[in-house]
Design a protein around this ligand. Sequence first.
Ligand SMILES: C[S@@+](CC[C@H](N)C(=O)[O-])C[C@H]1O[C@@H](n2cnc3c(N)ncnc32)[C@H](O)[C@@H]1O
Length: 248
Amino acid sequence: MTMVYKRRLWTGLQRLSGGMIKVFPYVRAQTSESAMSKEQRVLQYVQQNASRGDPDSVLAAVDKFGWETEWAMNLGDVKGAILDRFVKETAPQTMLELGTYMGYSAIRIARLLPETAKFMTVEFDQENAAVAREMIEFAGLQNRIIQITSDTADVIPQLKTKYDVETLDMVFIDHWKDVYVRDIKLLETNKLLRKGTVVVADNIIKPGAPEYAEYVRTCGKYDSTFHESRFEYSNDDIDGLEKSVFRG
Ligand SMILES: C[S@@+](CC[C@H](N)C(=O)[O-])C[C@H]1O[C@@H](n2cnc3c(N)ncnc32)[C@H](O)[C@@H]1O
């Protein structure tokens, strides 16, 4: 049935009922669905399909939505397994993530950290940060993740003074690709890296961070390796993570 026909039918019904039927049901259903952002739809799916307080069930629900319903720019389960391995090997006590989005990778990371670890994640989009807050709270990790809603370029110079960070053990870089180089240089100049700090960056191939890859591989400050994988929620497109260990 077309929307025009449905509307005519509704107008007829309204006339017959003497105006008792007030709301055009098709419009209401459509508006409530389309008024939600993709991120809100993912959050709603998680709230309806995952178990509160169980981070793994939250990750599984986000991934199922990403594979089966709508693509989203989360790290995803395939590259996520590689990041899990790096986090377990590094066992960071102080960690920073650039680019929270809806909190998927923050939840992935935080569930592997010891309770004593300090883990900060930065996002400048207020709506994404709000969804992440609810996602993280649903996963039960709100006391393990410090969410900072700001531009990474403003936050990095404040980490020592405002967030009481001496140096970082691990960094996960996953915000806009054209500022990866700016921000790793900011981490260096603000003396937040120490010998052995592990810096992991996503999307080296797709959408691609060629200047960043070139920088960490050739500047002489890092031992850098590429870890090939697949782009999130895709079996075909190649992507990968760059793991760069600061030489000090
Ligand atoms: C690819 S998404 C992050 C995905 C997330 N790490 C995950 O895997 O679940 C990139 C996010 O970085 C945020 N972002 C981009 N540039 C930023 C900046 N300069 N400061 C803070 N957030 C930024 C975007 O708003 C977006 O939400």
